[in-house]
Ligand binder design. Structure first.
Ligand code: FE2
Ligand code: FE2
Length: 314
């Protein structure tokens, strides 16, 4: 018999009485041990017992993971409000739920048409960033098991929001939209490449000409349902424009590129550089700054880039 495969879930997601009736496992010495089977509900007594044992991660069978992820997404506000679990467990719940959303939309781009789902999730992320003023824990929690598209989209969304909240505090109402744009900025890649959700580096697979279509394809696709506003659509369309020209698809320059789009474009390049890819080892923070700031391919306004470096170094 093939060994069952398990998926980790945060203890924060396991809400007594309403948690889906699935088998739950703990891990001990590298083995998964059945904690409760699917016939028994998860109770308040279970919650107390697990928390007193300082359990942070539980496991479910892979076949149950979708139901559990949907449950976590639906109850995310309640999960993040819990005061009986620590911040790490809540971070895990937030990151896993976001990863699951991104996996969903990159595997089936039609799902990205559900704007309310994306806004709700990004709203939780925005609240987290406004309270913690940091993305380092989120970046650490983003698992090695995440593929490039998922990890990258989540990084760009959270880093763009952090930069925006610090650099433009007078525009807090745009924060969620910045996050939504970050989450969706490369959705066009999933329209060009059916394996975008699973590839470890989607940049190397299609030809350069094909890749250059992704901002416009993504923009046209998201515009279809009329639920995404101009800030979001503009950022998806123009995140590869460059302040001194030479970008695509419009070859825009300077102030022709909106501020949110400039911030997302900068976070996009930085996050791509600091990620390990099959073709290129991840740059350190300092190396990434050096590459972005190099005069030979100057891409961003000096003012914005200087402020962005300060945000990251804080
Ligand atoms: Fe892109
Ligand atoms: Fe990107």
């Amino acid at each position: 018999m093939m060994e069952a495969i398990y998926q980790p879930i945060s203890i924060a997601c396991v809400l007594p009485d309403i948690f889906p009736q699935v088998a739950l496992f703990t891990e001990a010495r590298g083995k998964h041990v059945l904690y409760k089977d699917e016939t028994r509900p998860f109770t308040e007594a279970d919650r107390v017992r697990l928390l007193s044992n300082k359990t942070c991660t539980m496991y479910v069978r892979s076949g149950d993971f979708e139901a559990v992820s949907n449950f976590a997404e639906e109850h995310l506000a309640e999960i993040l409000d819990r005061d009986d679990v620590d911040q790490e467990a809540k971070n895990q719940a937030l990151v896993h739920t976001s990863e699951n959303y991104l996996k969903d939309i990159f595997s089936d781009p039609e799902k990205s048409q559900d704007a309310e789902r994306c806004k709700k999730l990004t709203g939780h992320l925005a609240k987290y960033i406004s309270e913690t003023h940091s993305v380092s824990k989120l970046f650490q929690t983003l698992g090695g098991s995440s593929t490039f598209a998922i990890k990258h989209s989540m990084q760009v969304a959270s880093l763009s929001m952090l930069a925006w909240s610090k650099l433009f505090p007078e525009r807090p109402d745009d924060l969620v939209d910045i996050g939504v744009a970050g989450m969706l900025h490369d959705i066009g890649m999933s329209l060009i490449l059916s394996t975008a959700a699973d590839d470890q580096d989607y940049w190397t697979i299609p030809s350069a000409d094909e890749i250059r279509r992704h901002p416009f394809e993504g923009y046209i696709f998201l515009r279809r349902n009329g639920q995404y506003n101009d800030l979001i659509l503009d950022a998806v369309r123009h995140h590869h424009e460059r302040f001194f020209g030479g970008g695509y698809p419009g070859g825009l320059k300077g102030d022709e590129i909106s501020l949110p789009t400039q911030v997302i474009g900068l976070a996009d390049m930085y996050c791509t550089l600091i990620t390990d890819r099959p073709t290129r080892k991840a740059s350190t923070q300092e190396e990434a700054f050096k590459i972005i700031g190099d005069d030979s391919h100057k891409c961003f306004s000096t003012l914005l880039f200087t402020a962005f470096q300060m945000v990251i170094k804080e």
